[in-house]
Design a protein around this ligand. Structure first.
Ligand SMILES: Cc1ncc(COP(=O)(O)O)c(C=O)c1O
Length: 373
């Protein structure tokens, strides 16, 4: 049976456009008229605003979150022969960023209780070749950055935060992306802060890293046609910066709306037998990029939800160490039991700033029906 278009999508970018479309049209038309399409003034403005918003000294924008990770490793001088440690239950872009930077991704398990990286497993994965720890603030929930930074200090390792899913997440009241040596952000359209296409950025307190990133993202050059090193071409389009500047003005309000939606889900879903809710953490610190529950017979439940018009999803069905792309790295089934045990049960429910109580009620009703059978 074909699946109808979801009446309650996983992410609703049309609803977002309906609320801020006029601002976006004005900003993008202005940028088009100016014609400063590459590294135009709006990119620098956005970088200033995003650094201030994320409580960091510098922001350097680039073409995607994947590139941001790759650039972070390159700026730290991490490459061939080096290893970087990350959790197995992340999106493939986290290890891909390391591979593109020339380094070897090494995995740690997740902790089924928090769904975040298990820091004991992270420490076990450290070898003499390890150069950095890569905590991923998965789903929008902050990793314990006190413990990650302590681990980095103990072993003399850099800390690269993967904040691609975490615009608005906080650790003890401070924005994520402001704890490590450098943080990588994605502005993929469905993110809490999303462009109208691909985009990414890095934030850092370190002047040396920011200066290297500016070179690396633009052919190794800050002065036109003068190249001290080989960088790459990874810039945020001026048009995307114009879009992001408009959306950044709304971001805090949108994150607050996601928190309200997460609270509502907790009430609506709390009593449903067979649905494991996301781990308890201070709701105000989570930015609820994804609302991930755990259910038995997930694939059947997902299909039933989709047939009922609920655009649920899976983040992610296969842990990174078991992906075909990783075959030459020698990992095997059983290496990371919690990540592997969670994967078949993960189910992401629709969440976005504009979701209504009625929509969430319908999601809860359909989920209750689906888990009963
Ligand atoms: C955890 C994580 N890291 C990195 C990325 C890569 O970002 P992008 O899609 O902008 O390359 C993503 C994007 O989906 C992500 O979820």
């Amino acid at each position: 049976m074909s699946v109808p278009a979801a009446s309650i999508p996983l992410v609703d970018l049309k609803a977002q456009f309906a609320s801020i479309g006029n601002e976006l049209k004005e900003a993008t038309v202005k940028a088009l008229e100016r014609g400063d399409y590459i590294l135009g003034g709006e990119v620098a403005e956005f970088e200033k605003e995003f650094a201030a918003w994320s409580g960091t000294k510098h922001c350097v924008a680039c073409a995607s979150g994947t590139d941001a990770l790759m650039l972070a490793f390159r700026a730290l001088g991490i490459g061939a022969g080096d290893e970087v440690v990350m959790q197995a239950n992340t999106f493939i872009a986290t290890p891909l960023g390391a591979v593109l930077g020339g380094a070897r991704p090494a995995f740690a398990d997740a902790d089924a209780a928090t769904m975040q990286v298990d820091l004991a497993s992270m420490e076990k994965a450290i070898t003499p070749k390890t150069k950095a720890l890569v905590p991923v603030h998965l789903y929008g929930q902050a990793v314990d950055m006190d413990r990650v930074n302590a681990l980095g200090k103990k072993h003399g390792l850099a800390v690269v935060e993967d904040a691609a899913q975490a615009h608005g997440a906080k650790w003890k009241g401070k924005p994520v992306g402001s704890f490590g040596d450098v943080a990588a952000w994605s502005f993929y359209p469905g993110k809490n802060l999303g462009a109208a296409g691909d985009g990414g950025a890095l934030t850092t307190h370190r002047d040396d890293i920011a200066a290297k990133l500016k070179l690396l993202r633009n052919y190794g050059s800050v002065v036109k046609y003068v190249h001290d090193s080989f960088g790459t071409n990874s810039r945020l389009d001026t048009l995307q910066a114009a879009v992001l500047r408009v959306k950044l003005r709304h971001l805090d309000k949108w994150v607050a709306a996601r928190r309200a939606a997460a609270r509502r889900y907790r009430e609506l879903l709390g009593g449903i037998k067979g649905v494991v809710l996301p781990p308890e953490c201070p709701v105000e610190e989570h930015c609820w990029h994804l609302y991930v529950v755990r259910v038995e017979e997930r694939d059947r439940v997902l299909k039933q939800l989709q047939e009922a018009g609920v655009g649920a999803g899976i983040h992610y069905p296969i842990p990174c160490h078991l992906q075909g792309a990783m075959r030459e790295y020698g990992y095997r089934k059983g290496d990371f039991p919690d990540s592997e045990a969670m994967a078949p049960n993960l189910l992401s429910l629709p969440i976005y700033a504009e979701i209504t109580g009625e929509q969430q009620k319908k999601v809860a009703e359909e989920l209750a029906k689906a888990v009963k059978k």
